[in-house]
Design a protein around this ligand. Structure first.
Ligand SMILES: [Zn+2]
Length: 333
């Protein structure tokens, strides 16, 4: 009896070992021809590079929470082709996705990725960094991210992600430090193309960095700009965020690649919407906090008419208002 079961058990074991190997190896597979990588592409969400300008392209993540099914493809990444190599902005939410982005780049150019610029160290923008690092790319970020990188929050988040986003985040996935930490604005020249790296934090995060490609008037805004939806405010410093948006408006970009969602072809309106929303949150909740009016009363009394038609209003607005109320209480002290 036992010996009759044995070949079946061996076959089942071999099948699961093979599946496990395919799943795990896809995380660090780098070759175009890798069967594991194409399996990752087959199983995962669609990814297609969309042209932004003469030299810039981007891929657009899903409007969803990160999951095993979507490989954590919930944020955007962009790349710029220069005669001296490719500059990537943000690394996506898993090494497998980063490898798929590399595949998209290779469809367009054989040139290597020379630089990766990180707009901020949120998991969905950085878990792919190790794939670019393995290819020899030079990673640049704003120095304030170091505090997060060395925090328990970052460590625990990665541990949780190994479970929540398995197998795309696993034991081989690790946090990657920048090769170059910048403190102020930087002009980066790659192949004769000028990139302005402008720190604008603390806003969405302490380390927010935007990238401006002046020759094509393209602004890579990270998570400072949320397009056609209610922004996610979280623990953000909304006062500085508003100032940062004013700084972005001065760039005079004709197209903005946001951290999430589609391209902004009307950057001024989109940025003004985010700014006006933050201003209104701070005004309405600030007055209530100062007068020690309870949050619930202030929330009911506020006039949300201008924003309530926006996607995610029902999901995000109350939490945004509440976080702002707490922030304004703190600022009032
Ligand atoms: Zn994000």
């Amino acid at each position: 009896m036992a010996s009759a079961m044995w070949p079946g058990l061996v076959r089942a074991w071999m099948r699961s070992a093979l599946l496990l190997w395919l799943a795990c190896s896809s995380v660090w597979a780098q070759s175009d021809a890798s069967p594991a990588l194409s399996q990752a592409a087959d199983q995962g969400p669609q990814m297609q590079a969309i042209r932004v300008s003469e030299s810039a392209w981007y891929v657009e993540g899903l409007s969803a929470l990160g999951s095993s099914a979507n490989q954590n493809f919930i944020s955007n990444a962009a790349f710029v082709l220069t005669p001296g190599g490719v500059v990537v902005i943000d690394a996506l939410g898993s090494p497998a996705l980063a490898n798929r982005l590399l595949q998209e780049i290779r469809k367009i150019t054989p040139l290597p990725v020379t630089h990766v610029i990180v707009t901020h160290y949120h998991a969905d923008h950085i878990y792919g960094l190790q794939a670019f690092k393995a290819q020899g790319a030079h990673i640049i970020a704003q120095r304030a991210a170091k505090e997060y990188l060395n925090s328990d929050t970052a460590r625990l988040r990665l541990i949780a992600s190994r479970h929540d986003l398995a197998p795309w985040i696993d034991e081989t996935t690790h946090l990657v430090e920048a090769d170059e930490w910048i403190d102020g604005p930087m002009q980066l020249d790659v192949g004769g193309y000028q990139f302005l790296l402008q720190p604008v934090g603390p806003a969405h995060t302490p380390e927010d960095l935007v990238v401006y490609l002046a020759r094509e008037k393209v602004l890579f805004a990270g998570d400072l700009v949320f397009r056609s939806r209610i922004p996610y405010v979280g623990q953000a410093d909304s006062g500085h965020w508003i100032k940062a948006l004013d700084a972005l408006l001065s760039f005079d970009a004709t197209v903005v690649v946001p951290g999430h969602g589609g391209l902004s072809l009307h950057p001024r309106e989109d940025m003004e919407l985010t700014r006006d929303y933050l201003v209104y949150l701070r005004q309405s909740m600030g007055t209530a906090a100062k007068n020690m009016e309870p949050f619930e009363d202030a929330y009911q009394a506020a006039d949300w008419m201008r924003f309530e038609h926006l996607p995610l209003f029902r999901i995000a607005n109350r939490m945004n208002a509440y976080n702002t109320y707490l922030l304004m209480e703190k600022e009032a002290q």
